[in-house]
Design a protein around this ligand. Structure first.
Ligand code: B1M
Length: 216
């Protein structure tokens, strides 16, 4: 369990951990009103809360319903924060098709990556969750994307990333774009092994990585 949650907005951490959406959004409102950085709220309170939800799940203290209500509280709080992470104006730096891979329904991290990429000036086509390789291929063809970005949270769905890359190759679209992958179980070694161009370990680094991919 995370023991080092700063007292300042601990009510936000508690609300996400306990799955209290109303308290989570109220805490975000209060923090934003007090000029707290949205990124600090995400990094120091909300993500640690979700990590602790995962730990409680592993210890059989929480079960799937608790995961779901914590996820709902996290999403409610993020709905308030996402527009603040998303900058406006200026020419898009590139177009990214982003999705959680086939078989995987986790979308909180993927949504954060989308918000940060948009905030970093990218146009994001969000393909959602459980994305079939064909959907990535169709989007790459139809929308001339610069980057295919894939998220996975389950060790059992990591192979879907490889399958998608192989399908992009077989469809003849792999060479015209860059591939970035991320998600809790993903590592640089895995990215190298399956032939992805880059691995991002969090939503902030995903933006700098996307920028260097487009520049290269
Ligand atoms: Co699930 N789940 N879950 N779950 N869940 C995990 C992932 C798990 C680690 C929990 C645990 O056991 N500790 C475990 C996986 C174990 C494993 O694979 N080794 C697990 C399991 C087992 C399951 C089920 C199988 C449970 C069951 O049914 N028995 C089931 C699978 C369903 C499916 O997908 N087919 C399941 C279901 C669910 C819910 C639907 C109930 C819910 C998801 C709700 C939703 O997303 N809408 C849920 C939740 C909430 C979690 C935990 C608790 C939290 C995930 C989360 O949102 N984290 C999770 C435990 C954990 O992660 N600590 C767990 C916060 C989020 C901000 O972090 O997504 O890692 P994350 O994203 C980060 C980085 O990874 C990175 O940036 C983000 C921000 O920094 N990142 C990228 C992510 N994608 C990126 C892409 C990039 C770059 C960076 O470039 C493209």
């Amino acid at each position: 369990m995370n023991q080092n949650i700063p007292e300042k907005w601990k009510s936000l951490y508690d609300a996400v951990l306990e799955g209290n959406a109303a308290a989570a959004t109220a805490a975000v409102d209060a923090a934003i009103e007090a000029n707290e950085s949205p990124q600090t709220l995400v990094d120091e309170y909300m993500i640690p809360a979700m990590d602790d939800v995962g730990e409680k799940f592993e210890q059989n203290e929480y079960f799937v319903p608790e995961l779901l209500i914590s996820a709902r509280a996290m999403k409610a709080a993020l709905t308030k924060i996402q527009p603040l992470l998303t900058a406006s104006g200026s020419q898009p730096k590139g177009r990214v098709a982003l999705g959680t891979v086939k078989g995987d329904l986790h979308d909180i991290g993927k949504n954060l990556v989308a918000a940060m990429l948009e905030g970093g000036g990218f146009e994001v086509i969000d393909l959602g969750v459980d994305v079939d390789p064909d959907k990535f291929i169709d989007t790459a063809r139809a929308s001339k994307v610069d980057i295919i970005a894939m998220s996975a949270l389950l060790t059992t769905t990591m192979p879907s990333m490889k399958t998608t890359i192989e399908a992009l190759k077989a469809a003849g679209v792999r060479d015209g774009l860059k591939i970035m992958i991320g998600g809790a179980p993903i590592t640089q070694e895995f990215a190298d092994e399956i032939g992805a161009d880059a691995y991002g370990d969090n939503a902030s680094t995903a933006v700098s990585i996307a920028r260097s991919l487009v520049a290269s």
